[in-house]
Every structure is written in structure tokens, then in C-alpha cells.
Ligand binder design. Sequence first.
Ligand code: NI
Length: 451
Amino acid sequence: MFGFKACAVLKTIMKGLVFLFTINILVMSIQTTGSAQQSPAELLNKIDRLSKEIEAQVIEWRRDFHQHPELSNQEYRTAGIVADHLRGLGMIVQTGIAKTGVTGILKGPEDGPVIALRADMDALPITEETGLPFASTVTATVNGETVGVMHACGHDVHTSSLMGVATVLSSVRDQLPGTVLFIFQPAEEGAFEYDIWGARQMVAEGVLEDPRPDAIFGMHVWPITTGTIGYTTGAIMASVDNFSIKVFGKGGHAAAPWQTTDPVIVAAQIVTGLQTLVSRNAELTKGAAVVSVGSICGGTRHNIIPDEVELLGTIRTHNEETRQLIHERLNELVTNTADAYGASAEVTIDRLYPAVINNANLVNDMLPVIMHSTGRENVKEMDPLMIAEDFAYYANEIPGMFYTLGIIPPDHTGPVEPIHSPRFDVDESAIKISVRTMSYLAVEALFRFSK
Ligand code: NI
């Protein structure tokens, strides 16, 4: 019995050993195939440590930027600090791109892929109400009025984080299998006195040309719980185009409307008709779309039918086809509606930003390293947003990934202030996650794109 049992046990052990051996071979083969494409664990550990070491410094930079915000295309002080920092790290630095933009090139020991990382530097014309010890008291003149200036969109966090990433990646430069291009961009919020600005102008001035990046990453702080990273595998932000419609009728006494061509009635029909562009024309299964009228202006008093009414509105879409379709249908609908009532109309559409479309393959490749940074359960696929981001101009040129970074403390109670609120605030414990995640992404992408 014993002999039999011993034999059976031995067989079981042998089977187990064969099984383990097979598994081991399999694991080794996965590791071998993977090792050419994935960041070495030891390098990620080092980056994690360096991100913690730089945390206090990044928070200090962030508070300094927060206290000294600058409006779009006026980011001279911010750009100066960024450029000095990048030069101090021994990078090849270029300044004055798209007015105040800065780039830094960090080269590893050998040629290889190029990965771009982007931060935006501008603040908003908003008077800060956070009561923070480093709250902004800066003012500026906008359209002849004195207004406060505030980093109400978190670009202070974006810029300081990317400076931290620059420090971290410089410290591991010898282990980088390629080049990292740091892009600090002005005027993401728009500089409407210019024809083009921000990312579009940076691209026009060749920021993606020499070296040509293989991929680009960008991030926006977002009012979700600290530690959470949000992503999509397609559209993440919408295209934005503004329209103005002028309806020309024939004014007269409101008591005798038959003597007039009433542009108020025509404008009302147009507003109603515009609702059908999304509900009846846009192929909504391919992406969301919005057409909103934000302003109607015409007339002076209750008993006068005016000559003219002006409508202002915005168009948001998640793909170029829908965007184009809505532009065409809006023109047709407005001019034909006006015509039907004996009036005429003039349509102007200002094409602003395209939709931000994340490259699905890039995102899927990067998800494991993001999960490594912040925990699998904290990486969340999000619904695409209808706001816009000029990161779109980079992602139109090369594979791009734009993601959101949670900045609301887990124990937060009460209302959450959205971006662009005068009370918008950021949980600074998100900053080391911000630095680590973007550093991981750069390194992982360098390894993935390495031949
Ligand atoms: Ni922003």
C-alpha cells in the first residue's frame, strides 16, 4: 500500500513538476517577448521613488504659478521658469514658439522613438474666490475691464507636473531607449484676437517636426476622486465651432405686423429648426453632438418690430463627419427658413478646435502601466465630454492619448467645484500621481515603440 501510495504521490509530484516547468517556460517566454516592449520593473520602481522625491518641489512650483497666473499668450514669467528649469536639466530648449511656448528635448544614450508630453500654461480671466494662502490677486484688463486672473482650469498643475516629469526622466536619462519631447504650450483657453493660437500655432511652427514624435500624451485635472485616472479609446473631448446668424427682415410698428417682415418670428423658427440638426440629421450612434443657441439679440422696445435679429451659438461634435454635416445643414436650414418667410439670413461659422480623438491602440497598450501607477480599480473608462481641448491639433497629427487626473480628496463632502469656477481647487496629493503616471507613460511608450 505504501509502495503504491508512494508511487502515486511520486507520479503526482512529477506531473506537478512537469506542469510547473511548462508554466515556467510559458511565463519566461511571455517575459522574453515582453521584455523588448515593456518598461523594466526596476526602472518603474526608480521612477516611483523619484516622483515622491520631487513632490514637494512640484507643489512649490504649482503654488508659485497659481499665485502668478498669466492669461493666454502672456505666459512670459511661466515660460521663463519652465525654460530655465529645462536648461538646468541639460535639455535642448527652444522658446518663443507660438509666442510663449517652450520645448525641451531629452535624449537617451541612443537614437530611438520620440515620445512627446504636453502641458498648457495659461490661466483664465476669473477673480479667484478659493481663499487659499497662495490665491491669486493678479488682475488684467480684458475688453477695457479690469478682471481677476486665476488658474481656474488647473494648468498650474499641468505645467508644474510636467516640470517634475522632466526632472524624473532626466534622472533616468541613461536608461531611456529614445527621446522625450517636452511641450509647454500657451493659450489653450484661446487668444481670439489672433487667427490661430495655442496648440494649432505650435504645430504650424513645427513643434512636431524635428524630431517627429511617435506618440503624444496630455492630461487634464478633473473633478473626480484623487487617484482616479479617466480615459477613452476614441473621442474624449468635442470639436467646438461658434456660429453667428444674422436674420434680416423689415421693421415697422408692432401693431401692424402685416407691413413688416418680422425677423423675430424667423429667428424663433430658426432656433426651433436648429434642434433637428442633432435629433434628425446627426448619426448619433457614431458620436454625440450638440447645437446650442446662447444668445438672441434684436429690437429695442415692445412695440417696434426690428429690422434685424442676431443669434449666437455653439456646435459640438465627436467626429469630423458629424461636424461637417451640421455645418452644411445649419447653413441650408437657416437660409431656407429665412427665405420661406421672405427674410434673408447670413451665417458665419468660426471653426475652432477639432474633437480630441484618443488612439485606441495606444490607449490599450498604455492601460497596464497606468494601472501600475494608480491601481487597476482606479483606472476608469469615462464618457466623452462635450467641452473642447486644443490637444486635438497634436492628436490629429500623431497617435495621441489624453486622460483625466482626479483631484478631489476622497473624504470631500459637499458640492464639487467644476473647472472654470472661481472656487476651483486641487487636491495636491494628486501631484505625485500626476508626475509618476506621465513619467511611466513616456517610458512605457519609448519601450513599446522601440524596434
Ligand atoms: Ni484646461
